[in-house]
Ligand binder design. Structure first.
Ligand code: NOJ
Ligand code: CA
Length: 594
């Protein structure tokens, strides 16, 4: 018979007078397992992170100047969105030279310095690889469009129209209008999934693959730890250019999205990357778990970290909806990659905030994606509760997507505003004129102010990241849903060996009862303590607890929980032993040196 839990609450909260305990940060992962498992990768939008030369635009030296901040925050890697030479029609996602740095961001020497300085702080650097298309100012495209017989004509997708003024087919660009643009000089159309200034490369041409793979080698040889892969679903198009069908009045990109050939290229890129011990992080928009699973490759031979945008776009504080996404990826047998926002999505503060409890909800969301089993990708500024600052007039819009669809779609400027470092003018981002306006809320939502406030969103993030690093249950533990039927509370156990952690999150705006018999998990043997909470008075007995609206309660128990889920957990993920091998290596990797 299982023993009744001795539920002793040793409150660790009072340490240093802070809500969130401060402890030392262990060194990053050892060689036992890939560093990126459990890592937190921090997305830096270079235009907006830190401006070192006061031209109003962030740059590489600016990023380097903030590495101490990133180290103290506790991130393992940074992914820098494109900083290559570019006409900036799509803010860097239109690359005119893949093996250089745009002068507005600095030089290759600045980049090398950044990688070196980051390495000293155990932070890896990932770049953004724009595989699908180049800028129309890239010399490859300039050559391609110079004549029908140019050496690189077949590096892009050129076709005759169907007739005068008629493009080859009905495909529509993601940025609006036909996906084909007429070139008057050579009297053919070229194809672009995105903006007309972003012509698609022809991945059926082996010379294109060779050129792009040489780009990957160039950066790997400079110490880059991996790539975030842009738009991986759009590399190939139907050879015969069939028209896309319409379903319910909307075009379905059947013939220019998600073609099987994409996976062939991804496997080859993975093989190349493996030679450098590099990781691939995928921009993988998918409709269902089956599609997402394909990006891992049948034999772990494609993208190690395809981002789960189905989780990122739940867009409502619904325990059942988040649970569904977590269960899907957990039961897929793949390694989860959780993300809640990025430079293409409205900030999570706006999407999940209810206008009353926004700061509380920001902490709740943080606790959700940072305590689950998996790798987490975090967008700059989320840790201080940055919010969207959308333009209010068309003439202020810089993002081409916003100009195209105004005012229905205000574009992406609002989520790309400068990082808020302090309450100084321009949030301490620049002494010049920032390239995008900074919201007035920066005077309280900024790094310097929040560092001084023990209850701030920033200190909550720091405490969470420290938990991930220090507690083997987070680093390598399995995931078990404690009550799959609870409509309001997400409550899950993470466990590894004799270490375990219990996370309880109230996703509703009302106090919610939680009734948890921990003896079911054989927590009886160990001592239970609060690791982190947003509740001033955390519950002392989880058999009869009430969680505050949007509360976070994270407990730890020294003592191994049992493998058996509660009887009601019929749809619970696999039992605890299932990933035992991973668990042991992960825990070893994360344990502080003895
Ligand atoms: C995805 C990027 O994240 C987005 O910002 C860009 O506009 C498109 N790909 C086109 O490169
Ligand atoms: Ca600058």
């Amino acid at each position: 018979m299982m023993s009744r839990p001795r539920f002793v609450l040793a409150l660790f909260l009072a340490v240093c007078g802070s809500l969130y305990p401060q402890t030392s940060v262990p060194s990053p992962a050892s060689s036992h397992q890939p560093w990126w498992r459990n890592a937190v990768t921090y997305e830096v939008y270079p235009r907006s992170f830190a401006d070192s030369n006061n031209d109003g635009i962030g740059d590489l030296n600016g990023i380097a100047s903030k590495l101490d901040y990133l180290e103290a925050l506790g991130v393992d890697a940074i992914w820098i969105t494109p900083c290559f030479p570019s006409p900036q029609k799509d803010f860097g996602y239109d690359v005119s030279d893949y093996t250089s740095i745009d002068p507005m961001y600095g030089t290759l020497a600045d980049f090398d310095n950044l990688v070196q300085q980051a390495r000293r702080r155990h932070i890896r650097v990932l770049m953004d690889f724009v595989l699908n298309h180049t800028s129309d100012q890239n010399p490859w495209f300039l050559d391609s469009r110079s004549s029908r017989t140019s050496a690189r004509r077949n590096w892009y997708i050129w076709r005759n129209g169907k007739g005068p003024g008629q493009p080859p087919n009905n495909w529509i660009s993601d940025f609006g209008g036909s996906a084909w643009t007429w070139d008057a000089k050579t009297r053919q159309y070229y194809y672009h999934y995105f903006e007309a200034a972003q012509p698609d490369l022809n991945w059926r041409n082996p010379a294109v693959e060779k050129a792009m793979f040489d780009v990957a080698r160039f950066w790997y040889n400079r110490g880059v730890a991996g790539f975030r892969l842009d738009a991986v679903d759009t590399l190939f198009e139907d050879r015969k250019l069939h028209n896309n069908p319409y379903v319910n009045g909307e075009m379905v990109n059947k013939y220019n999205d998600n073609l099987p050939q994409n996976h062939v290229v991804l496997r080859r890129l993975r093989s190349l990357s493996d030679g450098y011990g590099a990781v691939l992080l995928g921009e993988t928009w998918t409709d269902n778990i089956g599609q997402l699973k394909q990006y891992y490759g049948g034999h772990d031979d494609e993208i190690q970290l395809p981002m789960d945008f189905m989780f990122a776009t739940v867009n409502t504080l619904s325990a059942p909806k988040f649970r569904h996404q977590i269960d899907s990826i957990e039961s897929s047998g793949e390694w989860p990659v959780f993300v809640i926002t990025n430079h293409d999505m409205e900030r999570s503060y706006n999407r999940y905030g209810d206008g009353v409890h926004n700061d509380q909800i920001a902490k709740l969301m943080a606790a959700l994606y940072l305590t689950l089993r998996g790798t987490a990708v975090m967008y700059y500024g989320e840790e201080i509760g940055m919010r969207n600052n959308d333009p209010t007039r068309l003439q202020d819009v810089l993002d081409p997507l916003g100009r195209m669809d105004w005012p229905k779609n205000k574009g992406r400027d609002g989520e790309r505003t400068p990082m808020q470092w302090s309450a100084a003018p321009n949030a301490g981002f620049t002494a010049g004129k920032p390239w995008l306006p900074i919201p007035a809320s920066y005077s309280t939502y900024n790094v310097a102010t929040e560092l001084r406030d023990p209850g701030s969103i920033l200190n909550f993030y720091k405490a969470l990241l420290r938990l991930r690093q220090e507690n083997p249950a987070f680093a390598g533990g399995n995931y078990l849903d404690c009550d799959p039927s609870d409509p309001n509370i997400l409550c899950f156990l993470r466990s590894y060996g004799d270490r375990s952690a219990l996370v309880a999150l109230n996703l509703s705006n009302r106090p919610q009862p939680l009734s948890l018999d921990l003896s079911r998990y054989e927590w009886g043997a160990g001592k239970v303590s609060v690791l982190l909470t947003t509740m001033p008075q955390p519950p002392t007995d989880l058999r009869h607890a009430v969680l505050d609206p949007f509360a976070v309660v994270i407990l730890q128990c020294q003592g191994s929980p049992s493998a058996s889920p509660p009887a009601s957990a019929s749809s619970a993920p696999p039992p605890l032993q299932e990933h035992a091998h991973f668990a042991s290596t992960a825990a070893e990797a994360r344990l502080p040196p003895s």
